[in-house]
Design a protein around this ligand. Structure first.
Ligand SMILES: *[C@@H]1O[C@H](CO)[C@@H](O)[C@H](O)[C@H]1NC(C)=O
Ligand SMILES: *[C@@H]1O[C@H](CO)[C@@H](O)[C@H](O)[C@H]1NC(C)=O
Ligand SMILES: *[C@@H]1O[C@H](CO)[C@@H](O)[C@H](O)[C@H]1NC(C)=O
Ligand SMILES: *[C@@H]1O[C@H](CO)[C@@H](O)[C@H](O)[C@H]1NC(C)=O
Ligand SMILES: *[C@@H]1O[C@H](CO)[C@@H](O)[C@H](O)[C@H]1NC(C)=O
Ligand SMILES: *[C@@H]1O[C@H](CO)[C@@H](O)[C@H](O)[C@H]1NC(C)=O
Ligand SMILES: *[C@@H]1O[C@H](CO)[C@@H](O)[C@H](O)[C@H]1NC(C)=O
Ligand SMILES: *[C@@H]1O[C@H](CO)[C@@H](O)[C@H](O)[C@H]1NC(C)=O
Length: 494
């Protein structure tokens, strides 16, 4: 976790038209209009520029690993400007060539040498090296120059995290130590003053076999968040609490409702934002797309900390506004349209479901002739986010349910439920809705940004072919949100 003191961020330029809402699992674009490509990322607040910088893994369809580290900057954590690659791969380099692993980058300023220090999980493609990479730059956006890749205190290091204690500015490395039987631990180890090498082990989470660690800190507690080891498949992220980093640490507990696999996301980083009205803790996770890792989304959500109960939890919001100066989170309300009120065609039909809106869900959505159509959707004539609430009963049953029923298709989990979304019959503007596994009776949502006309609109959902059939997930309802521009201009706006 990195702490941000909001009063330093004094140069916020807010324009009515600029988007800054945070939409977990939505397609996020930078200020150039391109998809943000910074996976397994971390965010550093920079004392020189007074901005946030997001560092992450650059992934493309052609190259999912070894693409180097990209960097984006922001004043508000919602509007991101691209600055290119902070760390570029170098052909033939023993540790940062394009066929090596450069994962989970973290950047921190070192007062000792007055350079920015980047650390990451450095490895070869078979994860046989398990090292920590180190590079430096005088400029936060880079380019970073490779220094070394080392084994911390001679040990293995896989998923890499970093944490700075706000009480004494001591920085720690957090790392899982691989999948071998002798490993399967997570370490908290202190860095030296220069943040150029690891000094000593502070705590070892022994044999829990967890990864992707991050820590949030309150005045009384430390909460260490980690995910289970299920590769790119999501699972139920757990937290441990302790009064000090050396422990004693509590039992692990889930931070989100079971069966939702932390909204199909994996932990990796967190932020503490000290606003003038409240301190907000942010969970920065990845919603990996196992089928196309390069096309993964980001799930950033505010954490709810209850220090009296020694507990932390992660409620879901489709959309929220984060105000950095005050630290306030404002969930955005939308208008709900039930699938039970929609019309169905072909083999799509409404089925009794006690867990669904009005006790009915639409199932059998398949292809372009078996669809569900929502009528009379009020639109503003501007881009609007629409959340599609669905049930996907494929139940990958992996990781969070050891020994549970594995996948129904060949034991290999892929995203099997994909739907087409067409507004007002405009098939040329069709959007693809990815509906990851939920569970039987568990409803979750995926957001899409749609062009709605001013006045009444019609939205039609059909199943798309994923190579294993054309089934869409079962639909419960859609929620249509106001345009951000209208919301900011309106009475509830900012
Ligand atoms: C990765 O490193 C390990 C340990 O040196 C080695 O055994 C393995 O062959 C390497 N993998 C590749 C693809 O070079
Ligand atoms: C740092 O990089 C930015 C571009 O990302 C550039 O505008 C700036 O001049 C650089 N500063 C230094 C000191 O190199
Ligand atoms: C290295 O890792 C192993 C396995 O976790 C552990 O038993 C050993 O104490 C570690 N050594 C150091 C110096 O941390
Ligand atoms: C931590 O470092 C920051 C930035 O250098 C400084 O402003 C702050 O006073 C330090 N806090 C402590 C407790 O040393
Ligand atoms: C959203 O709806 C809830 C419940 O009706 C209400 O308490 C809240 O003030 C609304 N939020 C906004 C931003 O309008
Ligand atoms: C549905 O229609 C869209 C747009 O015409 C087309 O791209 C898609 O392949 C169709 N899907 C199926 C399953 O026929
Ligand atoms: C749409 O909703 C409005 C307001 O509820 C209603 O007056 C109108 O008849 C509806 N139109 C259709 C096509 O259902
Ligand atoms: C379809 O399922 C098979 C068997 O699990 C799997 O190997 C294949 O990758 C899947 N195809 C697609 C396009 O998802």
């Amino acid at each position: 976790m990195v702490s941000i003191r909001a009063f330093v961020v004094g140069t916020l330029l807010t324009s009515l038209a600029s988007a800054k809402w945070i939409v977990p699992a939505g397609r996020w674009h930078d200020t150039d209009g391109n998809l943000i490509n910074a996976h397994a990322g971390s965010v550093t607040w920079d004392h020189v520029t007074g901005k946030f910088f997001w560092f992450g893994e650059y992934k493309t369809e052609e190259q999912e690993e070894g693409g180097g580290v990209t960097v984006y900057s922001s004043d508000d954590l919602g509007t991101w400007q691209f600055h290119g690659k902070a760390l570029s791969p170098i052909e033939g380099h023993p540790y940062i060539s394009p066929d090596m692993i450069i994962q989970r980058p973290k950047v921190i300023y070192s007062e000792v040498d007055q350079q920015y220090h980047m650390w990451w999980h450095a490895d070869n493609s078979t994860y046989g090296l398990l090292l920590q990479g180190f590079a430096t730059s005088p400029n936060i956006t880079g380019p970073y120059n490779f220094v070394d890749a080392t084994a911390p205190l001679g040990n293995w290091s896989q998923d890499f995290g970093m944490f700075t204690d706000y009480k004494d500015n001591q920085t720690y490395a957090l790392y899982s130590n691989g999948d071998r039987r002798e490993g399967r631990d997570v370490y908290i180890s202190s860095f030296n003053d220069a943040i150029s090498a690891i000094d000593s082990v502070v705590h070892r989470f022994n044999k829990y076999d967890l990864e992707a660690p991050t820590i949030i800190q309150t005045d009384e507690s430390y909460y260490a968040l980690m995910s289970h080891k299920t590769g790119y498949r999501p699972n139920n992220v757990v937290a441990f609490r302790a009064p000090s980093l050396s422990g004693p640490w509590s039992q692990p507990f889930m931070i989100a409702e079971p069966y939702k696999r932390t909204y199909n996301s994996q932990s990796g980083f967190s932020l503490r934002i000290v606003g003038s009205e409240r301190t907000t803790y942010m969970y920065l996770g990845d919603q990996w797309d196992l089928r196309s890792v390069w096309d993964s989304r980001y799930v950033w959500l505010p954490l709810t900390v209850d220090d009296k109960k020694h507990s932390v939890s992660l409620p879901w919001y489709d959309i929220y506004d984060l105000d950095i100066p005050t630290g306030n989170i404002t969930p955005i309300n939308g208008t709900s349209y039930a699938a039970s009120e929609a019309t169905v065609s072909g083999s799509a039909f409404k089925q009794e479901a006690p867990f669904a809106t009005n006790g009915q869900i639409v199932t059998g959505i398949s292809g372009n002739d078996s669809t569900v159509t929502f009528h009379n959707i009020s639109g503003s004539g501007k881009k609007q986010w629409v959340s599609f609430y669905y049930q996907n009963t494929d139940d990958m049953g992996f990781g969070d349910q050891p020994g549970g029923t594995p996948d129904r298709i060949g034991g290999t989990w892929v995203v099997r439920r994909i739907s087409s979304v067409v507004v007002n019959g405009n098939t040329a503007g069709m959007q693809t809705l990815v509906q990851r596994d939920t569970h039987k009776g568990i409803i979750m949502s995926t957001p899409l940004e749609l062009d709605l006309e001013a006045g009444e609109n019609v939205i039609t959902v059909g199943g798309l072919d994923n190579g294993n059939g054309t089934m869409g997930a079962d639909l419960d309802r859609i929620v249509v949100f106001p345009s951000e521009e209208d919301w900011r201009a309106g009475p509830g706006g900012h």
